[in-house]
Write a new protein. Structure first.
Length: 308
């Protein structure tokens, strides 16, 4: 099949590479416009745009997927199908109607669970033990289209969203390629999602990523892992933000008040609504990431200090 691949971040790269190596022909990619990135905030192409350029593939960067010029070009290309992985913009019906086999999305959850922008983060945040990826035909309703296939993945106790998403991106790439094979052969039929079991996964905002130290330790642990690497869980110390890396549950430690700090030679503990957690790495505002012990010694924590 002639494909136009839609995607933007690094998460989409395993799928694009898999399709470039498949029996299908990727004739163009659709991606978000170039944007500022990195410490220097230089304007750079998306990871998908960069890989496409390296591969000699046409790159389409519409401001909106409903732009008339983009729709005209898509009609000229006449793709048989448009696979999508983390494109990052809504697709209007005018775009959905162009390819014969529609737009087929790789979504990182076991639909109908966790429809929305942050399925991996919400799976970790809510303590799911199993997650996965699904391919489905895009319809106007958010992530509600009929499903072609799924792969499952165990959520490990120490998984961050970045680590889990990395594994799903790789296994999902194989699923997407196999789905397109089945669609072309006529051997794969999409099935409607069940009406029960629907849950939503909206984007995790910076406000949501703030740690509530009165919450149980397990909740704190899940929030920190879910927000790693983005947007990054955080707290306040002496009125300034401190970002937190993954913590370790310490049910064996002496109970501390929520936000209370206890510094020893080998650890920095913080109190929660249940038992303490041990801080791993922290990133104080305006500074580099460092070990919690180095940070604690540098700021000279006193008995009056708290994480807020």
């Amino acid at each position: 099949m002639r494909l136009v691949f839609a995607g933007t971040p690094e998460t989409a790269l395993p799928s694009l590479r898999a399709l470039l190596a498949s029996r299908h022909e990727v004739v163009a990619v659709v991606t978000r416009p170039d944007a500022e990135a990195g410490r220097g905030r230089k304007v750079r192409p998306s990871p998908v745009a960069a890989l496409a350029a390296e591969s000699g593939i046409e790159v389409l960067r519409p401001e909106k997927a409903g732009d008339p010029a983009f729709l005209d070009r898509l009609r000229q290309i006449a793709p048989d199908c448009c696979p999508v992985v983390a494109y990052g913009a809504l697709l209007p019906q005018a775009a959905l109607d162009i390819p014969q086999h529609g737009w087929i999305n790789l979504h990182f959850s076991l639909l109908p669970a966790w429809r929305g922008a942050a399925p991996v983060q919400h799976a970790i945040l809510h303590g799911d033990e199993i997650t996965g990826a699904a391919t489905f035909r895009i319809v106007r309703e958010l992530d509600a289209g009929p499903v072609f296939g799924v792969v499952t993945e165990v959520i490990r106790p120490a998984d961050t969203s970045g680590e889990l998403l990395g594994r799903l991106a790789e296994s999902g790439a194989g699923l997407l390629a196999a789905t397109l094979d089945g669609v072309e052969d006529g051997t794969l039929e999409a099935r409607p999602q069940p009406s029960d079991g629907v849950s939503l996964a909206p984007k995790i905002t910076v406000e949501v990523a703030r740690v509530d130290w009165a919450a149980p330790a397990m909740r704190v642990d899940r929030l920190v892992r879910a927000c790693d690497p983005n947007p990054g869980a955080w707290t306040e110390f002496r009125g300034q933000r401190v970002k937190l890396g993954p913590v370790r549950l310490r049910p064996d430690a002496e109970k501390l008040e929520p936000g209370e700090l206890r510094v020893s030679k080998n650890s920095v503990l913080a109190g929660t609504g249940s038992h303490p957690v041990e801080l791993g790495e922290v990133r104080p505002q305006g500074k580099r990431q460092m070990l919690a012990g180095d940070w604690a010694r540098g700021v000279r924590i006193t008995d009056q200090d708290r994480l807020d």
